[in-house]
Ligand binder design. Sequence first.
Ligand SMILES: *Cc1c(COP(=O)(O)O)cnc(C)c1O
Length: 488
Amino acid sequence: MAVEPLLFELSKPGRRGVTFPAADVPETPLPAGLARASLSWPEVSEIDVIRHFTRLSQKNHAIDVGFYPLGSCTMKYNPRVNEVTARMPGFAGIHPLQDDRTVQGALELMYELQEMLAEISGFAAVGIQPAAGAHGELSGVMVIRQYHIANGQHEQRRKFLVPDSAHGTNPATAVMAGYEVVTLPSDDRGNCDLEAVRAAVGPDVAGMMITNPNTLGFWDEHITEIVDLVHGCGGLVYNDGANFNAILGIVRPGDVGLDVMHFNLHKTFSTPHGGGGPGSGPIGVRAGLEEFLPGPRVRFADDHYELFTPAHSLGRVHGFHGNFGMMVRAYTYIRMHGAAGLRRVSEDAVLSANYLRTQLQDRYQIAVDRTCMHECVFSANRQKANGVKALDIAKRLLDFGVHPPTVYFPLVVPEALMMEPTETESKESLDYFIATMRQIADEAETNPELVQGAPYTTEFKRLDEAGANRKLNIVWKAPAEEIAAAAD
Ligand SMILES: *Cc1c(COP(=O)(O)O)cnc(C)c1O
């Protein structure tokens, strides 16, 4: 396969994408400190740039290209109206260093987003600065830490309880916030084991991080008992809200007694993931914890919106105010749906997941046989008996234009295949996926080598994924001779 040139390799000295007419007004230098003295950009024409980025965009699967049932990630369609509002000059063209009085509309949007998320989730206050789910987790657990510091209990409370079905970011967050992680097992209905919680709570526990609905796709049947147990020992409960898409308008986590939760605007509220733009992971807190939220936050004071930092704030967790463009998109999404529409989102997401569950259960082993919420988890154990692993099935799906489900997570399910169809897929696309999965199950029986050798139709075959993670290399460096030539 030919390796295409990088943009820097196309660079020719003096080549330009856009040429401006000579200025007919005096030139004004940029304010000191705003521009770097030297920065080597590739010198390329406009069409070079367009072709380069268009080619890159075609190498990846995307929600705009096909079905994307990546469990736990809520890869729903990103409505284009979000993009229209985010590009409005009054939002896109402002600068975070502008005087607050000149950006009242933007502050109003941030304020209303805080209020709407609080209303949807049942929390007293929402801080919208964190830039991702994991970042929200860290900010939220730091809120809990601030709370214990304020109560003079920080020194004695060293432990955080985390169920074994948790996303890897949960234990990582607890450790980053300075805690010792105590892992709790799941029970055979896919809940966190209640007896294990009972045995683990004590005066040394700062709190618990629970994901509800959890990563097996279930509402924890003991959530109120768990909350009571943790509160009973003086700890607080953090809810990983990545799976909020299952319960919008149906149950509010704040009403269940959970103390802190993050939202993934790039999951539940349809802002793009990853390469589509930065994320946003606001956190909600129950009454009494507002003063620990990161700052600055937005409030309405008499006749204008203003930024303020709460009294015992854990501090700033992001430059300026967070990823504002994502706030505009999420705000748009919420306004476009309204309360009834958001409830419908969750009802349809849960319906889609249960449709997959019932249509595939005769061919793939279900992890836990229970009506699921927004996602369903299978195991490729049956196929593995023929030498076909979850990874092989994932790769084979690529040949059918489908993004693989999440594999090997949650860790408690061997050969896990975790599917989250979301509410934005038609019945036809769900049926196509079901038919494809059933065909792959047939292939695994009759022609396992075919599945083991997939994918066949993608530009790249199997990549060294472990190597790519462990030896991450995302920086392009010019060969030494080019650097020398440029310096001449
Ligand atoms: C996605 C996810 C996270 C992390 O969110 P990011 O925005 O990717 O940082 C945490 N927990 C669960 C259960 C998730 O699915």
